[in-house]
Design a protein around this ligand. Structure first.
Ligand code: X8Z
Ligand code: ZN
Length: 647
């Protein structure tokens, strides 16, 4: 279903899956395929289509939820079957809908609904039934392989195995070159086994896209932006050219500070090796803030330490209340209870922001049905996602929350999806999606921009805030390591996939093309030589789980546009980086109205209602980081910036 797949991670799941159980409904199929249906007939078709779409989507959503929260061969099979049924229904329905697009005088909303139907999955179904079965089987197998991924130093000893949480923790906290290298290499070995499946997966996706009338699946993914796929391509390049100068300054400065730390182990070609960025994919560098901090000690931004302290206090409280002498089992249970209590505090903290701007409290079922912690007794796909289960109030998180700043911000992000679902739940099902998928990703991130040093201090997550220049530069640097460092990464994942899908990147070049793009856009390199069997894209969630990624690049730009508009609305007239709309119901009401439109109108119109402009525009992110940008330019004066292979 669109909301899902098109919009969020989780969506993914559904998206792919979004299907139904029974035979294709007779209902909308009964519409006569006459040459020229009337507008009234088209209207009736769309009404029935909305009903069927909803009915068909419930079971695959439930199947995918179980498959991702309880990975076994059985749940993989069940979700593959549910997806297969849904995708079959969807492609049949698209065929039935086709004649109505040409109905004379068709209402614009009906026309839009018919167009959106074609975009309700990232996995187009091949007409060949055996190929469809194979496709959904591969989709669920790749998702499960990523979710259950582990690497072991001794294949015969499970105690030596590590999962993504373990490896990520090392990269985030341990600054030792070799420890980080081992964690990076370990996790990337998980991708190797996916290579063959992915090659076949791409063939089948393309077959499905062609059966639906697209050149390839990349063209289909780019068809969801109310402009031609070619124009969308050019649009992403335009936005990148707006932000590249800022990114280049950041890369140059960070590389120099890493050189101070690691000396000659740093490559001489100007690139940053992926494993020393504090993040498995080098997509968010905020974990190495301590290495690149402009003015040590100016301002107080130690959100990680305060979150950990909060979780530890929870544990001590539980231990103190325990009657008698706890056994080892009791202690393990208390530990778990402390994690659960902490996760709830982190979720409630985010909810508090949203309710402060007038959004409703989350439904009780959200708290009952969400998964907040990594299950201890089974494999689960821990990559965070938000799930619209029923086009109404059954909305959920699937996340494995740890007491870190990164996870706290991800909670705000996921909650943005949840509130989008709730805001547009009264739209017809086919309009229950983001204005475009970048909007969906940008909502929670906009809220996250309101977590200024002053706000973090106010809620006890940071020490006293200072607005002196040094503290401002420090705070900007920390945020830039998250938001500016991400920009080229957000862009390149789908540059790679679009190439894979259109055949310009052949299977034999999958990995080399991946690293060429990493180098070209990010100035990041592989820390060790890669070989022909490596499949490093497989080590990134969205590739095996088949979630389009350009949405995050768009969101990184859009969230600053949204924030600028909301702050204006709130009457804030200081520098944008100091604005927090916490408690501002007027700004909240305007935001809520935008969310309520869902996918019912072209995104340009939705954007204009909020910001007064109808195009995506990176000037807001550039303005936001103006103080840091100037500071970086000063620091990098006389430095030979840039790298070999820069695009
Ligand atoms: O996948 C996500 C969210 C779920 S929609 C946690 N994000 C991207 C990623 O982790 O790669 C958020 C930022 C980019
Ligand atoms: Zn998201």
């Amino acid at each position: 279903m669109k909301p899902m797949h098109a919009s969020l991670a989780l969506a993914v799941a559904l998206a792919l899956a979004a299907c139904s159980s029974s035979k294709a409904p007779e209902t909308s199929a009964q519409a006569p395929a006459r040459a020229a249906p009337t507008a009234a007939e088209a209207h009736a078709f769309v009404a029935q289509m909305n009903k069927d779409y909803k009915a068909q989507s419930l079971e695959p959503a439930a199947a995918e939820w179980v498959a991702e929260t309880y990975i076994t061969g059985d749940t993989q099979m069940l979700t593959a079957k549910a997806q297969e049924r849904y995708l079959k229904w969807l492609s049949d329905e698209i065929g039935r809908a086709r004649p109505y697009e040409a109905a004379a005088g068709i209402e614009p909303a009906d026309k839009r609904a018919l167009q959106l139907l074609k975009l309700q999955t990232a996995i187009p179904a091949p007409k060949n039934p055996a190929h469809l079965t194979e496709l959904t089987t591969l989709a669920s197998r790749l998702t499960a392989a990523y979710g259950a991924g582990k690497y072991c130093t001794d294949a015969n000893d499970p105690k030596t195995c590590r999962n993504l949480d373990d490896a990520s923790k090392i990269l985030a906290e341990d600054r030792d070159w070799n420890d980080d290298l081992a964690a990076w290499q370990g996790w990337h070995s998980v991708g190797r086994g996916m290579r063959g499946d992915y090659v076949r997966f791409v063939e089948l996706l393309n077959e499905g896209a062609k059966d639906l009338g697209y050149d390839n699946v990349g063209t289909m993914w780019r068809a969801g932006y109310d402009m031609s796929p070619a124009d969308f391509n050019a649009e992403t390049d335009r936005l990148w050219s707006q932000v590249k100068p800022l990114y280049s300054q950041l890369q140059c400065y960070v590389r120099r500070r890493l050189k101070d730390q690691y000396g000659d182990r740093m490559p001489a070609d100007g690139t940053i090796p992926a494993h020393v960025t504090g993040n498995m994919w080098a997509q968010d560098w905020s974990n190495i803030y301590s290495l690149v901090q402009p003015y040590p000690g100016a301002g107080s931004l130690d959100v990680d330490a305060r979150l950990q302290a909060g979780r530890d206090a929870e544990y001590r409280k539980l231990l103190a209340a325990f009657k008698g002498k706890p056994t080892a089992d009791d202690l393990a249970a208390l530990d778990r209870q402390a994690d659960a209590g902490n996760a709830l505090v982190m979720v409630k903290r985010a909810e508090d922001f949203y309710t402060s701007i007038g959004f409703p409290a989350l439904p009780a079922s959200f708290f009952e049905k969400s998964m907040f912690l990594r299950p201890r007794d089974r494999d689960a796909l821990c990559h965070a996602s938000a799930w619209p289960m029923n086009f109404a109030t059954d909305v959920r998180f699937k996340m494995c929350i740890r007491p870190t700043a990164e996870d706290q911000y991800t909670v705000y992000h996921e909650m943005g999806h949840i509130y989008y679902f709730l805001a547009y739940k009264d739209q017809p099902p086919i309009f229950q999606g983001g204005a475009n998928d970048g909007f969906h990703e940008a909502i929670g991130d906009t809220i996250r921009l309101n977590l200024t040093p002053a706000y973090l201090h106010r809620i006890g997550l940071a020490g006293a805030a200072s607005e002196d220049e040094k503290a401002v530069i420090n705070a900007q640097m920390k945020l830039a390591l998250e938001k500016v460092a991400f920009l080229p990464f957000g862009l390149l994942i789908d540059k790679w996939r679009w190439g894979v899908f259109d055949g310009s990147i052949k299977p034999a070049q999958y990995n080399t093309a991946w690293w060429e793009l990493r180098r070209k856009y990010q100035g990041v390199s592989a820390p060790v030589a890669r070989d022909a069997a490596d499949f490093d894209p497989g080590a990134k969630n969205h590739v095996p789980t088949n979630v389009p990624y350009m949405r995050y690049f768009l969101a990184d730009i859009l969230q600053f546009q949204f924030q600028r508009a909301l702050c204006k609305d709130a009457g804030f007239d200081g520098p944008l980086y100091q604005c927090s709309i916490y408690g501002n119901k007027d700004a909240g009401a305007k935001f809520w109205r935008m969310l309520g439109a869902g996918a019912s109108e072209p995104w340009q119109q939705t954007l204009k209602t909020l910001t007064g402009k109808d195009d995506m525009d990176a000037s807001a992110i550039i303005d936001y980081f103006q103080p840091l940008h100037a500071w970086l330019q000063e620091q990098n004066k006389g430095v030979d910036c840039g790298w070999t292979g820069e695009g």
